[in-house]
Write a protein that binds this ligand. Structure first.
Ligand code: ZN
Ligand code: ZN
Length: 367
């Protein structure tokens, strides 16, 4: 992977050259991992045109040596990390220095600036450049190894859900099911759930981001289960909706609408299509069922090292999809006091269409 990490840093440098940036201070852990392979939770990476250094503290000396397989040099510092980074870039020749504007607090940015200027008159012409999404844009296009990692994470979550569906029955508590899903994902090799597992039944299923509660499942209820695993650092994300009993016609119609909306969005997935057009494809189907007002979120999101990343498949997202994007497609309909239905699968965008990575059975689940 060494060459892979260095290649990623080279692509960041191309972006830096275009923006006439001499140094980039990377502080977001997922971005540091993506560029270097370092997985410690404390670090700052300084990428310059001809060198890259990872600042971290003594707790990570061994880990940094083991994980930094590319040309990035570790630099162990005592005391404040950003102070050390600021002093280092302050001593150097860099005039335009980028930082991750969406990942740094105002206090951190001030600390960095103060340290860079400490003990010397403000260097003429030094500029701090607020960079947004530079590395995230690179991360949105996955290489073959990353796609394989998400594929495995998706298979694990799918297998675990299939197993636990056998325990979904009236009387069991939502949080028992969530614990069972988390436990089995860990047993299957996951570092943990990719987010707090959702099991929402009855009227609670109308809350798209409900937490699993101590409520017990009852007959004739809808149950939304939304879960994912982190495996080899990559996330998966999938949702199925169960009906406890034989679903009445109204529920079947809602389920059919969501399933057709998902299929239409998947059908539209290919390089070059605008993200908002994928969202629009799902929305159009729901409009045909007169359910567009019940669809209260966007159609999907990218996933990879983090559970939500670029590209976003929602309204007002004109950016074009690229081969190598991995996205969820997850339309849903929600009715206050009644419940909700959501279906979510993960897809890798390839040259000629989408590959489904999740493997759970489809169709309405009547248990
Ligand atoms: Zn989800
Ligand atoms: Zn999702």
């Amino acid at each position: 992977m060494g060459e892979g990490f260095d290649g990623r840093i080279e692509r960041l440098r191309e972006r830096m050259v275009r923006a006439r940036v001499d140094a980039f201070v990377v502080t977001h852990p997922a971005n540091i991992f993506y560029l270097t392979g370092f997985s410690g939770d404390t670090g700052a990476l300084v990428v310059e045109r001809h060198r890259a250094e990872l600042f971290t503290d003594g707790r990570f000396t061994i880990q940094a040596r083991e994980e930094l397989t590319g040309r990035v040099r570790p630099r162990i510092v005592a005391g404040g990390l950003l102070g050390a980074v600021g002093r280092a870039v302050g001593r150097g020749k860099a005039r335009r220095i980028a930082f991750e504007a969406t990942r740094m607090t105002v206090a951190e940015r001030c600390r960095l600036g103060r340290a860079a200027g400490a003990g010397r008159p403000a260097k003429a012409g030094r500029r701090w450049v607020a960079a947004e999404g530079w590395i995230e844009r690179l991360r949105a296009v996955k290489d073959a190894g990353e796609i394989e990692a998400v594929r495995e994470a998706a298979r694990l979550a799918s297998r675990v859900l299939e197993e636990v569906l056998e325990q979904v029955r009236p009387g069991v508590r939502e949080d028992e099911l969530a614990a069972e899903l988390d436990y089995r994902m860990r047993r299957g090799g996951a570092a943990g759930p990719a987010f707090e597992t959702i099991v929402a039944s009855g009227a609670r299923a109308a809350l798209p981001h409900a937490r699993a509660s101590s409520k017990r499942l009852r007959k004739t209820e809808l149950v939304v289960i939304d879960m994912g695993a982190i495996l080899r650092r990559y996330c998966s994300d999938l949702t199925r909706t169960v009906y406890l009993g034989r679903a009445p016609e109204r529920i079947r119609r809602w389920h059919r609408a969501v399933q057709e909306a998902q299929a239409a969005a998947v059908e539209s997935l290919r390089p070059g299509v605008r993200a908002e057009a994928v969202d629009g494809a799902a929305r159009k189907v729901l409009r045909g069922f007169r359910l567009e007002r019940a669809f209260v979120h966007s159609t999907g999101h990218g996933l990879g090292l983090e559970i939500h990343e670029a590209p976003r498949l929602g309204r007002h997202q004109p950016e074009a999809l690229e081969a190598g994007n991995i996205v969820t497609i997850e339309p849903g309909v929600y009715f206050e006091g009644v419940g909700g239905i959501r279906l979510e699968d993960d897809f890798a965008v390839g040259a000629s269409g989408a590959e489904r990575l999740t493997t759970v059975r489809q169709g309405i689940l009547e248990l």
